[in-house]
Design a protein around this ligand. Structure first.
Ligand SMILES: [Mg+2]
Length: 426
């Protein structure tokens, strides 16, 4: 096992913390933020949780309580949250070897370049910097795999004695903490599989670690087996394979070559938006907000640039073409990068709802039936012939900005344009 190390950093009560930034008098008052159309509570400060307000409580049911207890109630402001998220990620870029944005308020940082003994100190500095520069309080979880970093982050949040940082690098301390961590809280286990876990005698994450991987694979497929290995400290999860959570999903990439034209940026964000749409549809979800961001390389001395834009979708959707249209609008708004070369861009979808529960717009909505049929056809073709068999033309054909594979051999067996060429001359 190589010495991999990841940190998961996330904003505490992120939406509420963003609201507090500009209303300092709310610092000690309970605050909640409501979902689209002020439906239900989707973010709560510790004070609001202490009042018994739960995640997803419909607002009409808690309206009287909020009035009585002087709870500050806000409609969601995704433009603000998206921009604060971008600022936080921009800070992370300066500290980590690589940053993977997982949702609007959660990012994985690659800390493999930092010595184990120095990681907690580094996390302390990072938290302090984020607080000072953006005002948002955070928690950091550290571990040799993403699943462990995610668990460590939850532990940091639930145990105030940890001071906002939990490090699961040390195997002994890791096992002791996993033995007290309920298996349903493990990333990727999900509420549906934990009754099955319990039937096997697996109650805590520590119990899962001690199971036979083959038995776990039989009951929970290769996904469950991967989770087990991750908990043992062996990295094998990539973000793409993890089910999106309500917080949203992000598709972000560093460019293989810097992007200096609007056309390049539009192709990139169209590609990411289309991919994000595929993920939504695979899980039966739809998104109501889309944020685009792009920034320059922070490490190579190029001029700095970082910008983002958030687009409201008229109705929650998983239609790839609607997402591309919104991503393109966002990209045009953040253009031009004032002479900087763009090194990375991303698309983040927020406020996910079940697609079959998404309210339809009365005016200006798309023809949902038609869009759904088309996307189902696209997904079916791509499932049969491989991802990317059908793409949107907006995503570009040549993609000069894409990840570098300059020394890769031709993909002889799967790409018509890379078939071995035979020439005959006479
Ligand atoms: Mg959070």
């Amino acid at each position: 096992v190589t010495d991999c190390s990841f940190a998961l950093i996330d904003g505490n009560s992120f939406y509420c913390s963003c609201e507090r930034l500009f209303e300092p008098k709310l610092a000690t008052r309970p605050v909640i933020v409501l979902s689209n159309n002020d439906g239900c509570a989707i973010a709560r400060t510790a004070e609001a949780k202490a009042l018994g307000i739960r995640m997803g409580d419909p607002f009409f049911k808690i309206r009287d309580l909020c009035r009585r207890e002087r709870v500050a109630v806000y409609s969601s402001n995704y433009t603000l949250y998206g921009d604060m998220s971008r600022r936080m990620n921009w800070i992370y870029e300066g500290w980590a070897r690589a940053v993977e944005t997982y949702s609007i308020d959660e990012s994985f940082l690659d800390l493999s370049h930092i010595r184990p003994a120095e990681r907690v100190e580094m996390a302390r500095d990072l938290r302090a910097t984020v607080k000072r520069w953006t005002g948002v309080p955070t928690c950091v979880g550290i571990g040799p795999t993403k699943t462990l970093a995610k668990a460590a982050n939850a532990m940091a949040k639930n145990d105030s004695e940890l001071g906002g940082i939990c490090d699961l690098t040390d195997p002994g301390e890791r096992q002791a903490r996993l033995d007290r961590f309920h298996v349903s809280e493990v990333w990727g286990v999900g509420p549906r599989s934990w009754p099955k876990m319990e039937a096997l005698g697996v109650r805590t994450a520590g119990d899962l670690v001690r199971m036979d991987p083959r038995q776990i694979r039989m009951k929970f497929t290769v996904v469950g087996e991967r989770t087990l290995h991750e908990l043992r400290g062996v990295p094998c999860v990539d973000l793409e394979s993890v089910a999106p959570q309500r917080k949203g999903i992000a598709v972000t990439r560093s460019f293989g070559r810097p992007v200096t034209t609007l056309e390049g940026l539009l192709e990139a964000v169209a590609t990411y938006a289309f991919r994000a749409g595929e993920k939504l549809r695979r899980h039966g979800l739809a998104a109501a907000h889309l944020s685009v961001f792009a920034h320059s390389n922070l490490h190579n001395g190029d001029p700095h640039f970082s910008a983002g834009a958030t687009e409201d979708l008229i109705e929650a959707t998983s239609d790839g073409l609607a997402l591309i249209a919104a991503a393109s609008r966002g990209a045009r708004r953040l253009w031009p990068p004032r002479g900087a070369k763009l090194a990375k861009a991303g698309v983040i979808l927020d406020d996910l709802v079940r697609a079959d529960h998404a309210p339809a717009a009365l005016i200006g909505g798309r023809d949902r039936e038609k869009a759904a049929r088309m996307m189902a056809a696209v997904d079916a073709v791509n499932a049969r012939f491989g991802r990317g068999a059908i793409i949107s033309a907006a995503a570009g054909m040549k993609k000069p900005w894409t990840t570098k594979f300059e020394m890769r051999s031709p993909r002889y067996t799967t790409r018509v344009d890379e078939l071995p060429m035979a020439r005959a001359s006479w």
